[in-house]
Structure formats: C-alpha cells, structure tokens
Design a binder for this molecule. Structure first.
Ligand code: ATP
Ligand code: MG
Length: 262
C-alpha cells in the first residue's frame, strides 16, 4: 500500500483536481484505490458523488481507534475506486487532535489499519500548515505538491520544504509538480525556468490550464470520464506514469529526474 497526500499550504492550486484524477487512473488500472477526503470543503467527495457526513463523534472515533476505519469507506461509481467522505466538522480536527495522545500520528495510525485493503490511498488535504498537516507528513509515503508557477506559490513551497526540514521530516517525500500552467504567461515560464536553474526537484509532467478541468465539479466526474481526449486528460495520465516510475525506483534527486524515460 502506498499513500499519497495531495498537499499544499496554498489554497486553490489543484489539489482536489489532481487527487481525483490520479486516484481514478490508479483505479482504472485495476488497483484498489481509496480517496480519503480530509478537507471540510468536501470537494473530492462531491466530485465522486458521495455525501459528506456531519457527525462529529464519527470523526473523533475515526482518529482514536474507536471505530474501524474501513467502515467509513464508501463505493463510488467507478470500479476499484472508494472514498472516505469529508466530514463537516473536519475544520475542528485541529482541536480534536490536540486532545488526543500522540496527536501527530493519529492519521497514520488510522491509515495503517487499511493495509491489505488498498493498493493506493490518496488523501485530499486542506490548505494549512498545522497539526493536521503534521499528521499528513507522518502518514504519507509521498506528498504531492501542486504548484502554480508564480512567485508566491514558489515561496509557499519553499516554506513547506523548510518546515519539513526544520521539524525532522523526510523532505524526500515532497514531490512538487506544476499545475494550472499557461506557458504564454511570462511569469509561468520564468518560474519554471527558475526551478530548473536552482535544481529543486520537480516532476517533469506539467498540468496545463484547462477548461475541461474546470468543468469537473459540474460534471461531477474525473476528466477522463467526460473528456478523455483532452490535453488535461493526457497530462494527468503522464503525471501518473511518472509517479509510478518514481515510486518504483524511489528516484528522488534532480539527477535522476533527468534520467526519466520520455
Ligand atoms: N489545470 C487546471 N486548469 C483550469 N482550472 C483548474 C485546473 N486545476 C484546477 N482548476 C480549477 O481551479 C479551482 C481550484 O482547483 P482545486 O479545487 O483542485 O484546488 P484545491 O487546491 O483543491 O483548492 P482548495 O485549497 O480550496 O482545496 C477549481 O475551480 C478547479 O476546477
Ligand atoms: Mg481542495
């Protein structure tokens, strides 16, 4: 079982969009795949056509060993793809976690009970750098960080990197990639070039700005379902292929990135 968190301190950068599309692709390949929506906004729950839950005790039980996590897993319309829906009270997770013992490792413990049930878990995270984020850093094998190529997004990523480094987390878990890219924009080009020049690790696959992706919440479906031939659909397929390659060889450094197959 591999756990991917789709995380960024910044909001609106394509976390949910990436989470749903990548999970869908994994499931389509026949892997037992779970989306765990821990964002109170419940966007991935919505796109996957499930209902958010509202009982706070359910959330508490989920993180304190009092309930089998697997009991919260719901089916989606797609074979092999499951979801733990968002809880309306997830915004209060921070408070709930503070009161629990080993408060930074609660999510990891809950996720570990799913071992054997899933091949891949994709966690759709809210945009914060708090105790919940630390739970995410402990839990995820890989932290996928969508970045819009702009100076502020770049700064936010560097901030996350510095936080992990300072607090003793494995920074090699961080896997950034560019999203919402419009190569006609100079600032996008410059940011991408700067990443290359400073040799910070970044995936080669780029997710372009795409109106098909914007439509996902209206269609309530992954982009591959309603626009399989779009550029966005191919971009997410490429990203998933690159991630699988990454996972297999545990390639972490920029040098290795250069050795990636086309
Ligand atoms: N590559 C893209 N091209 C165009 N629109 C996109 C793209 N990726 C995401 N969007 C749109 O941008 C908005 C934000 O995307 P998304 O919800 O995936 O971001 P998020 O990081 O999960 O946001 P939040 O921090 O609020 O959870 C949505 O309206 C989505 O449809
Ligand atoms: Mg989101």
């Amino acid at each position: 079982m591999k756990t991917f968190a789709i995380y960024n301190l910044k909001g609106g950068v394509g976390k949910t969009t990436s989470c749903v599309n990548l999970a869908y692709l994994a499931a389509k390949e026949g892997h037992h795949t779970l989306v765990w929506d821990i964002d109170p906004q419940g966007a991935s729950t919505y796109i996957l056509r499930q209902q958010r839950t509202s009982k706070i005790d359910k959330l508490l039980k989920l993180l304190s060993d009092k309930e089998e996590v697997v009991e919260n897993v719901l089916e989606t319309d797609y074979e092999n793809l499951f979801v733990i829906p968002s809880n309306d009270n997830a915004g209060r997770l921070e408070l709930l976690l503070t009161d629990l013992k080993k408060s930074k490792k609660r999510l990891k413990k809950s996720v570990s009970t799913l071992k054997g049930s899933f091949d891949y878990i994709f966690i759709d995270c809210p945009p914060n750098l708090n105790l919940l984020a630390e739970n995410i850093f402990h839990t995820a094998d890989f932290i996928l960080v969508p970045i819009i190529p702009s100076t502020l997004s770049e700064n936010a990523y560097d901030q996350v990197y510095a936080f992990l480094e300072k607090n003793g987390y494995d920074t090699r878990k961080l896997i950034p990639f560019f999203t919402l890219v419009d190569k006609r924009k100079k600032i996008h080009q410059q940011t991408i070039e700067r990443f290359e020049a400073t040799k910070r690790k970044i995936l080669r696959s780029i997710i372009p700005y795409s109106s098909a992706l914007e439509r996902m919440s209206e269609e309530k479906a992954p982009v591959q379902q309603f626009s399989p031939n779009s550029l966005a659909s191919s971009a997410y397929k490429n990203l998933w292929q690159e991630l699988k390659w990454f996972k297999k060889f545990k390639m972490i450094s920029i040098e290795h990135k250069k050795a990636l197959p086309n």
